[in-house]
Design a binder for this molecule. Structure first.
Ligand code: DON
Length: 311
């Protein structure tokens, strides 16, 4: 039975107003030039409970670039396709280094530490691509997002994808380096093409919280009762989100927020209160680890006020 959250809308509105007023907003990512256009004053939050209550605050309906949050959904899809064979290509330990780091690949046979650092997510995308045309694989990923969010209007921001393609030299290096170990099977440009485009999916907090519902409810979409994935798989994806979802900031996020969560350099964070709610926050300014500065602070405030940490 899903736990209900009293005064949820009041708490979300209060936190959104507090976040809007704060002067400390972090730094908007600019290594993907198109992301630098984001409005640093934006803040949005959406909380969707198992019984269908939707609480929105601030800019909860404004689409933003989900970037690395897409890695949760590609991991889910790839596990559905390859099952536990996926873990032969990608580990599930925190890396303790930056999201785009290459150092561990050399001594670890080209096997990325986890599916959420860039190297790991590129290897996961390569698995989804196997035997398909890039366009088909991308269509599969986008349709999966639309299905989970129950919203056919979700799109890829092609300008963001093109912008990353022009400047994503590190990802090109990571993919080529992994290919030299046989971890990447498809032509590097095809795998990266799909990766850049799924990172460029644009969604609002409300759409993202909708898409995350199955993770909060043991693999089931609570609105329809349909099972998206097995309960054990949902639990394990949440475990990897908790330990690796914020890169070298994962310990700090677990300490302060106490929920499984996944960040993206567009400033979004998807988090779940297992058994209770799916949450998305967005504020484009980032901290030093590339995670949303106010997004984390807002989630910390939310779990404190609702008493919702998993610990
Ligand atoms: O590959 C990249 O660098 C971006 N497309 C995604 C990185 C990202 O979102 C890191 N998250 N905080």
């Amino acid at each position: 039975m899903a736990r209900s959250l009293p005064d949820l809308q009041a708490v979300v509105s209060e936190i959104a107003a507090e976040m809007k007023a704060r002067p400390d907003r972090g730094k908007v990512a600019d290594y993907i030039p198109d992301l630098a256009r984001a409005d640093a004053s934006a803040f949005g939050m959406a909380v969707i409970t198992g019984d269908g209550e939707v609480a929105l605050g601030g800019d909860a309906e404004t689409p933003f670039s989900i970037q690395s949050i897409s890695k949760v959904f590609t991991l889910t899809l790839a596990l559905g396709m390859a099952g536990d064979r996926l873990w032969n290509r990608v580990g599930r330990e925190p890396s303790g280094s930056a999201f785009n780091s290459i150092v561990q690949l050399e001594s670890e046979r080209g096997i990325p530490r986890n599916p959420f650092i860039n190297a790991g997510a590129i290897a996961v995308t390569d698995l989804i691509l196997s035997g398909h045309q890039p366009r088909e694989a991308l269509g599969e990923i986008l349709r999966f997002m639309q299905f989970l969010a129950d919203d056919g209007s979700i799109k890829i921001d092609k300008a963001v994808a093109a912008s990353e393609k022009r400047t994503g030299f590190r990802n090109v290096a990571l993919a080529n380096y992994m290919k030299s170990f046989g971890i990447i099977e498809n032509p590097v440009e095809n795998t990266l093409g799909v990766y850049f485009h799924h990172c460029a999916i644009a969604m609002s907090c409300r759409q993202l919280a909708m898409a995350g519902r199955f993770l909060a409810h043991s693999g089931i979409n609570p609105a329809t009762g349909h099972r998206v994935i097995q309960a054990q798989r949902a639990r394990r994806i949440n475990a990897v989100m908790l330990t690796c979802g914020h890169y070298d900031g994962s310990g700090e996020f677990a300490y302060r927020v106490g929920l499984p969560g996944k960040s993206g350099v567009g400033g979004g964070i998807l988090a779940v209160i297992p058994g209770t709610a799916s949450i998305a926050v967005w504020s484009p300014g980032l901290d030093d680890s590339g995670n949303s500065h106010l997004g984390r602070i807002a989630l910390e405030a939310l779990t404190r006020r609702l008493g919702a940490s998993i610990f």
